[in-house]
Design a protein around this ligand. Structure first.
Ligand SMILES: Cc1ncc(C[n+]2csc(CCOP(=O)(O)OP(=O)(O)O)c2C)c(N)n1
Length: 763
């Protein structure tokens, strides 16, 4: 009744008020068989692997007939792919009974065969992803993709939506008819986790909508040991979904006919209205949270009743008057055979197959052969720039934007150095023209938080948009840039998911300020940095994190460089801080053009956007590569070397010039990870008489790259005693006082450029 559209309410009422659900004999038999399989599967695991966790579905086994009917009906309605996400509860059963994975493959995970092959990597059996085929009764089939997920409940929700959106985009105009997203939740997690609320908020937003998804709460009325009133302030676990005008069906999981009816209705409603649908499937939990927990300690009365309550397969068989004992024995021996086969396995089977579009991309360690040239010719730059500064004659342009485009025009012609905004636009333009699609999202990203991007121009008389990057060439790839909802975890998870199913697209997510990315820490820790190690899954997602100490207080200074560096190992991610416009240009192009797909963390400029020392002549865009290290070339044979990353290097250069200092060299580390050992060694060796090497950073000692860089620099420089200059260790990233910031910054620079630091320290 909270759905404001009367047509939709009537649509539901008509179907629900047409009498009780009736299943034909064939469907009844099929449902009974599924319930029998579900119960027997769990019972076999319980007897064979006593004391291991499996997160049994018993008590809500009706999930299987629900999914079955949902998929059959969806196949009738044209669905060909289903992206499914679920947590631990019943996952193994869904893998076998819905995705059709061989039971032996699942049992092999219990046997934990060949552990040496995954030392330090891999994931537990109830988190790994799987792919399968669902054979529908209309002779069509649906490709099923069960998304890999971490233990962090609900974190997979936006990832699944992003994946579905990418698959829909691949499909083209009828993508939403062909690709169905389904998410399966626990009741406590659905009510409790904010990332889920963020994901729900994406449902109708342009750029993020997936034409409706089906959300199933496997509601066993308990969360580990917590009662429903301890998990939510609302009557139902599903009440959060009331924020959207979407149907919420509370379904008795002990009533198979009702379950099947609502499954069909959900598929039809989604297909008719392109709307989300929530199903609150209410049952119980037969065992403890996992099978090693004893639930009688916390819920003794409930569990003494559950002990005497027969499984649904038995109840339903009785209701239908069918004897299932022979079928149960058949299933028991089928699963026993599978278990025997699992014990003989030498290798852990792969449960998922990557789609064909991943075949040309590489993961694993970086190799020199992955490198590509990223420079453009002057003619190419001029041509792209001309497109970037053009707009229709009828377009009424804002006077400030007119001026900006005039300046960009001069940059394109080599008459004015490039700033970051234009460097980014030319990088994007060149990629689009050569066929790489671009998807970009973040808060206020179209204009740019720092008034630097202006990718979408607004007509001052009618507010119609004009997007130069969409109008460069008739055969160019699509450019999509979205101002996202005010969420970090939800949107970053979505973009990570999108990158998982569209490796050919350059996918970028921008934090408003880098600090805010820690609202999405779960996505960064659990998916972006660990996804390849745990699941062998790659992503080329770019995170743009504005970073730099500029006196704006504790929350607009640090993108937490240290966090990303701490997450690095096995070339899992790239961590870069491009210190010039041209470097940013090459970095973006490198990310798109290399076949090596690794997440890229970019500490992006703020004041550096307009710093005169950070602009680049057009020649730097025609150079071949991104430089992992920018060596000191202005001074030969420096006596002291300051090594740094990002904005502080420009401040040091400006001050050095003021002081007329001709003996201090400044080296920029542009890629912090993978650590550019050889390039940095060469940059240092170019100054054989150096007697002082100092790492300089703006961040406090316990933050920034300090603890990552120092041991590496010391190892690299051998006999040199490497010193460092940084703010004192602090609990908060930066001072709240602009004046205190200036004093601190001046001290840093004075320490760095005042000669004889070692002497001073000794004294
Ligand atoms: C974000 C997060 N917090 C805590 C946990 C630990 N945990 C695992 S399962 C669980 C209870 C989940 O209850 P519910 O969502 O109702 O699902 P059920 O296990 O009952 O199916 C908790 C608290 C977790 N996995 N993820």
């Amino acid at each position: 009744m909270h759905i404001h559209d009367a047509d939709r309410r009537e649509w539901i009422a008509e179907r629900l008020e047409s009498g009780p659900p009736v299943l034909d004999a064939e469907t009844q038999q099929r449902v009974l068989d599924m319930l029998t399989r579900a119960d027997t599967f769990e019972q076999v695991i319980q007897s064979r692997y006593l004391g291991t966790k499996r997160f049994s579905l018993e008590g809500v086994t009706a999930l299987l007939p629900f999914l079955d009917e949902l998929l059959h009906r969806s196949a009738d309605l044209g669905v060909q792919t289903c992206v499914m996400a679920m947590s631990h509860r019943g996952r193994l059963s869904v893998m076998v009974n819905t995705l059709g994975k061989p039971a032996a493959d699942i049992f092999s995970k219990f046997e934990d065969v060949n552990p040496r092959s995954i030392l330090g990597g891999g994931d537990v059996k109830y988190h790994v992803g799987a792919t399968g085929i669902f054979h529908a009764r209309n002779d069509e089939w649906i490709a099923l993709h069960l998304v890999s997920n971490p233990s962090h409940l609900e974190a997979v929700d936006p990832v699944a939506m992003g994946r579905a959106r990418a698959k829909q985009t691949r499909w083209g105009a009828d993508g939403i008819e062909r690709v169905l997203p389904v998410t399966i939740h626990g009741d406590a997690a659905f009510a409790g986790q904010g990332i889920w609320a963020e994901t729900l908020n994406l449902a109708e937003v342009e750029g993020f909508s997936v034409g409706g998804s089906i959300h199933i709460i496997v509601n066993n009325l308990i969360g580990f040991t917590a009662e429903p009133d301890e998990s939510a302030s609302t009557r139902f676990a599903s009440d959060l979904a009331h924020r959207l005008p979407i149907p919420i069906f509370h379904v008795n999981a002990e009533d198979p006919a009702a379950v099947v009816r609502i499954a069909a209705l959900a598929a039809e409603y989604r297909s008719t209205f392109h709307s989300d649908v929530v199903i609150d499937l209410i049952g119980y939990r037969r065992h403890g949270h996992s099978e090693v927990d004893d639930p009688t300690i916390t819920q003794p009365l409930r569990y003494s009743r559950i002990k005497n309550h027969p499984p649904l397969s038995e109840l339903y068989a009785k209701q239908l008057g069918i004897d299932i004992s022979t079928r149960v024995r058949e299933l028991q021996s089928e699963f026993a055979e599978a278990q025997k086969a699992a014990t003989a396995m030498q290798k852990m089977p792969h449960l998922a197959r990557l789609p064909e579009y991943w075949s040309s991309f590489k993961g694993g360690p970086w190799k020199p052969e992955y490198e590509v040239e990223t420079g453009l010719t002057r003619e190419q730059i001029e041509k792209i720039s001309a497109g970037l500064v053009s707009y229709p004659q009828t377009f009424h342009i804002h006077p400030k934007i007119k001026k900006l485009l005039e300046q960009r025009d001069e940059m394109g012609q080599g008459k004015r150095p490039f700033d970051y905004g234009m460097a980014e636009a030319v990088a994007f333009g060149s990629l689009l023209i050569s066929g790489t699609p671009i998807r970009f999202s973040g808060q206020d990203s179209q204009r740019g938080t720092f008034n630097q991007r202006h990718s979408v121009l607004i007509d001052i008389e009618n507010e119609q948009p004009w997007i130069p990057l969409c109008n460069l060439a008739s055969d160019q790839a699509p450019f999509d840039i979205y101002n996202s909802i005010l969420s970090e975890a939800g949107v970053l998870g979505f973009e990570y998911g999108y990158s998982r199913d569209y490796p050919e697209t350059l996918v970028l997510w921008e934090a408003q300020f880098g600090d805010f990315a820690n609202g999405a820490q779960v996505v960064i820790d659990q998916f972006i940095s660990a996804g390849e190690d745990k699941w062998g899954l790659l992503s080329g997602l770019v995170l743009l994190l504005p970073h730099g100490y500029e006196g704006q207080g504790p929350e607009h200074s640090s993108a937490r460089v240290e966090r990303y560096l701490q997450l690095t190992a096995h070339d899992n991610i790239q961590v870069c801080q491009p210190s010039t416009a041209a470097q940013y240009f090459h970095l973006l192009r490198r990310q798109a053009l290399r076949k090596w797909r690794k997440p890229l963390i970019v500490f992006a400029p703020k004041s550096m956007l307009r710093h005169p020392d950070a602009v680049s002549p057009i020649e730097d865009l025609t150079r071949a590569h991104f430089q992992n290290v920018i060596p000191e070339t202005g001074i030969t044979n420096a006596k002291r070397l300051l090594i740094c990353s990002g904005k502080i290097g420009h401040e040091l250069r400006v001050e050095r010039q003021k002081r007329g200092d001709g003996t201090t060299g400044i080296i920029f580390v542009e890629q912090l990870y993978p650590w550019p050992e050889a390039e940095l060694a060469a940059a240092i060796d170019a100054h054989p008489d150096v007697h002082e090497i100092i790492w300089v950073q703006e961040e406090p000692e316990n933050m920034g790259a300090h603890s990552f860089v120092m041991p590496r620099l010391r190892r690299l420089t051998g006999e040199h005693h490497v010193l460092s200059i940084k703010r004192s260790a602090a609990a908060s990233p930066a001072t709240g006082s602009a004046k205190a910031h200036d004093m601190e910054q001046k001290t840093l620079i004075e320490l760095a450029l005042g000669h004889g630091l070692q002497e001073k320290i000794k004294k």
